[in-house]
Design a binder for this molecule. Structure first.
Ligand code: DX5
Ligand code: ZN
Length: 216
């Protein structure tokens, strides 16, 4: 069974965000995955603080905020203030990842480090001890609804070994193209948290879809 399921709000219907938040509140999901994109680190712009405020007000589960933005350190305090319980920054977007992790902890949230599909797993060697979670991208960040990159399995095996050796408490989250077909293998290879956007929100019965990947 997957430990944490985090439906991605990016795939929600923003015209009825309240209904979709309530659906996740009532479901077996564990976290809300919140994708913040700046149009610079990734070729897309999603949403920012006003949506965070709405989530903070209505969501009853942890806000797992995934920052796909340049210079994330600048915004750490404000995201934590707006309700981020887990704040994840991209290794590729930050020249001072260690300092940013310290700032996230100081602000009172858990700290995650994300890496893109093209970034070698071994660069995490000296930072994994300080992180609460590693987010392994299984698509190139920027859009929901892309297909899962198969090489993720090999990368997850490598990351799982690194995690077990250096920081067994650190969680591993997989983000992008997750569905009921790949979820069981991801959990078997060491994933703790699974993000799912399209698979949940395009399903006829989103709560059932959440239940299916949770059972993986
Ligand atoms: C991609 C985002 C993902 C995305 C996942 O840049 O980080 O969280 O919303 O959506 P699906 O599950 O549709 O790939
Ligand atoms: Zn994400």
């Amino acid at each position: 069974m997957a430990r944490f399921i985090a439906p991605s709000v990016l795939s929600a219907d923003f015209a009825r965000l309240g209904t979709d938040i309530e659906m996740i509140n009532q479901s077996e999901a564990d976290w809300f995955h919140v994708d913040i994109m700046d149009g610079r680190f990734v070729p897309n712009i999603s949403f920012g603080f006003p949506v965070m405020e709405a989530l903070k007000k209505h969501a009853t589960k942890l806000l797992d905020v995934h920052l796909m933005i340049e210079e994330p350190l600048k915004y750490v305090d404000e995201f934590v203030e707006k309700g981020a319980g887990m704040l994840t920054v991209h290794w590729e977007a930050d020249r001072h990842i260690h300092r940013t992790i310290q700032a996230i902890h100081k602000a009172g949230a858990k700290a995650g480090v994300a890496i893109n599909p093209g970034t070698p797993v071994h660069i995490l060697k000296d930072i994994i001890k300080d992180a609460d979670m590693i987010l392994l991208m299984s698509v190139n960040p920027g859009f929901g609804g892309q297909s899962f990159i198969e090489n993720t399995y090999a990368r997850l095996e490598e990351l799982n070994a690194l995690r077990n050796a250096q920081n067994p408490q650190c969680w591993i989250e997989i983000d992008g193209g997750v569905n009921d077909k790949n979820a069981p293998e991801l959990v078997r290879l060491g994933a703790d948290a699974l993000v799912a956007g399209n698979y949940v929100f395009k399903a006829e019965d989103p709560q059932e879809a959440i239940k299916r990947i949770k059972a993986a």
